[in-house]
Design a protein around this ligand. Structure first.
Ligand code: F6R
Length: 614
């Protein structure tokens, strides 16, 4: 994971680096650092913990850094070595003249380190990155050319990297390169920016170039040179970024997560617009580059994703099988990539990812592309690495999601799956016109139903306050809401650090029921429909074991009041659409519990928004 930034130009570099790092905080936030070139020497500043600590440190050094116009910066999510100041980037070679920031993992760092130690290098950190600093410095010692030294070093490196490097003896040079990690160069007037992601630079320029794997760019204040790892000159592919400067404002909400939960009605309207014009007309999904004949021929679909996106994929499976009768497998990307999978040119592979940068999903997509499958990507970042592998691309249009816990992107992914499944069902004529029309009518009014839930959120707040003293939770559901139970439990775990597990309610009696007593609340997702009565019986079984019972339901049956200790009632919705609204109270429940417990809601410990390492 980690985020990197670099700048060469005429502006004061510290402000550009720290504001860029602030926009990349979603990539990690356990330590940070910057190195600036004064024209004569390089100075390195690092701080453990949140970015604010680096900001505070830089305040103390304003006078010595104000005139610097060349520098690199890094925000870290620790992989090799604890999140300490010494392990924070930038890393330097032994003479301190060469500095480097890195995103990725150097897989052969142990071998490289052993070799470099034999050559006399003294290592100070436990990171894989420091190896690259010494390796480039070693080649620089022989070649006296920074680009050439970087090129030689990258030939020896295995693994994933985005690197930005400068050298004290080159006050007009910044070098950057990448392999299997994102990196782009922003182009200004007499200035260049390097960053892991667009938000870090969009405030300054919309003109940019994405680096491809094994390309090395050399930036001076006047010029940009691009070569590949074999020293072939490459012409740069400059593009205009379709982005506006990112407003990272909480808009009066205490946390980004709460703001993003509240954005969901508008996110749904946004995703539907342009695709669902009129409930009498078929869904318009021109993004799917498969002919009707291709779609009709499909006999197998695999959906690959991680975390919350995996839960959206589970709902997607349910819908596609229900509406189209095509068998669908859902698999965690990290599992898919290390086994022999039956994927071929007759398989449609759907990759789902908020960030489009999740390393495991990218690897899985690459593997299935090599096997000849059509790749359909559902992502919130149409400019991401994953999107570049897409044969069909459905952007989910949720807008920038800042909070680490995914909320609005999940709901946007769900809506995308509903559109896709209805679209495929209409093309295959496997659903009736009446069915699809009714579904579309209901989809359109879902935002209002979510607004009703948000308008009465104090009920969920009360529930959260009461239950925030418990240490373990079980969430139960069946059918299409099984994914909702997993997602609700994941939200609670990740931001409050409370142990919560989602179970298929029918599985409870095959083991988990042994854990039930008065210390273990059971939250039942009890939506009206085919499995309502079954879940009710599972709730009864839990009550008989003294569990404290919470219902999340669209039923107004007064009998529920006798069985459940707490009831969260939500507007009625047809069973097939219920995952879209049943998840909202669970997001709020997790949010309020974490808030009562005083947790860092938007930046929970040990996590990063974009998991760019396998
Ligand atoms: C949970 C969460 C993660 C992500 C997972 C995949 O709130 O955000 O579980 O869903 O890391 O990330 P993407 O969707 O970017 O591939």
């Amino acid at each position: 994971m980690c985020g990197i930034v670099g700048y060469i130009g005429s502006r004061s570099v510290v402000e550009i680096l720290t504001s860029g790092l602030r926009k990349l905080e979603y990539r990690g936030y356990d330590s940070s650092g910057i190195a600036v070139h004064s024209g004569k020497e390089i100075k390195v500043y690092k701080a453990e913990g949140k970015l604010q600590n680096l900001d505070d440190l830089m305040q103390k050094h304003v006078s010595e850094t104000a005139s610097s116009t060349l520098g690199i910066g890094h925000i870290r999510w620790a992989t090799h070595g604890a999140p300490t100041t010494v392990n924070a980037h930038p890393h330097t070679c032994n003479c301190g003249k060469l500095v480097i920031v890195h995103n990725g993992i150097i897989e052969n760092y142990k071998e490289l380190r052993a070799d470099l130690e034999k050559r006399g290098c003294k290592f100070r950190s436990q990171t894989d990155t420091e190896t690259v600093a010494h390796l480039v410095a070693y080649h620089y010692g022989k070649l006296q050319n920074l680009t050439e030294a970087v090129r030689q070093a990258t030939k020896e490196i295995d693994g994933a990297y985005a690197l930005c490097i400068m050298h004290q003896d080159n006050p007009n040079v910044l070098v950057a390169t990448k392999r299997n990690a994102p990196l782009l160069v922003g182009i200004g007037e007499g200035e260049y920016f390097v960053a892991s992601d667009v938000p870090a630079i969009i405030e300054y320029t919309k003109k940019a170039m994405y680096l491809n794997d094994n390309e090395i760019v050399t930036l001076t204040r006047e010029n940009m040179d691009l070569i590949d790892i074999d020293n072939n000159k490459i012409s740069s592919k400059i593009e205009m970024l379709p982005w506006e400067p990112v407003a990272l404002s909480k808009m009066g909400f205490k946390h980004f997560m709460l703001k993003e939960i509240h954005e969901q009605p508008d996110v749904i309207r946004n995703v539907l617009s342009g695709k669902l014009f009129n409930t009498d007309e078929p869904i318009n999904l021109s993004e799917v580059n498969l002919t009707k004949a291709d779609l009709k021929k499909l006999n197998r679909i695999q959906i690959i994703a991680c975390g919350t996106s995996l839960h959206a994929a589970m709902v997607g499976k349910y819908l596609i099988e229900e509406f189209c009768g095509i068998p669908v497998d859902v698999e965690a990307s990290s599992e898919y990539i290390y086994r022999k999978t039956v994927t071929d040119e007759k398989t449609l592979v759907i990759g789902v990812s908020q960030s489009g940068e999740t390393a495991d999903t990218i690897t899985a997509i690459k593997q299935s592309k090599e096997r000849g499958s059509h790749i359909l990507i559902i992502t919130n970042r149409p400019d991401s690495t994953m999107a570049r592998f897409a044969d069909s691309l459905i952007p989910v249009n949720a807008g920038i999601e800042v909070s680490v816990a995914a909320t609005k992107s999940y709901v946007a992914q769900l809506i995308s799956f509903y559109l896709l499944a209805i679209y495929m069902g209409e093309v295959k004529e496997s659903i009736s016109q009446v069915f699809s029309k009714n579904l579309k009518k209901e989809l359109v009014i879902l935002p209002q139903k979510i607004e009703q839930i948000l308008a009465h959120k104090e009920i969920i707040q009360r529930c959260a306050k009461h239950y925030s003293r418990y240490k373990d939770f079980i969430y139960i559901a069946r059918g299409i809401n099984l994914a909702t139970s997993l997602e609700g439990a994941l939200k609670l775990k990740e931001i409050s650090y409370i142990n919560a597990t989602g179970y298929a309610a029918g599985e409870l009696k095959h083991g988990p029921i042994a854990m039930l007593d008065e210390t273990m609340p059971v939250l039942a997702i009890l939506m009206k429909g085919s499995v309502y009565e079954k879940i009710l019986s599972n709730a009864e079984e839990s009550k008989a074991r003294n569990a404290n019972l919470i219902a999340l339901t669209d039923s107004d049956d007064p009998k529920l009041d006798d069985l459940f200790d707490f009831i969260i009632r939500i507007p009625e919705v047809s069973e097939v659409l219920s995952p879209i609204i049943s998840v909202i109270p669970l997001q709020l429940m997790a949010y309020y519990i974490a808030e009562f417990l005083g947790k860092d809601v938007d930046q929970p410990r040990n996590l990063a928004k974009s998991v760019t390492v396998e």
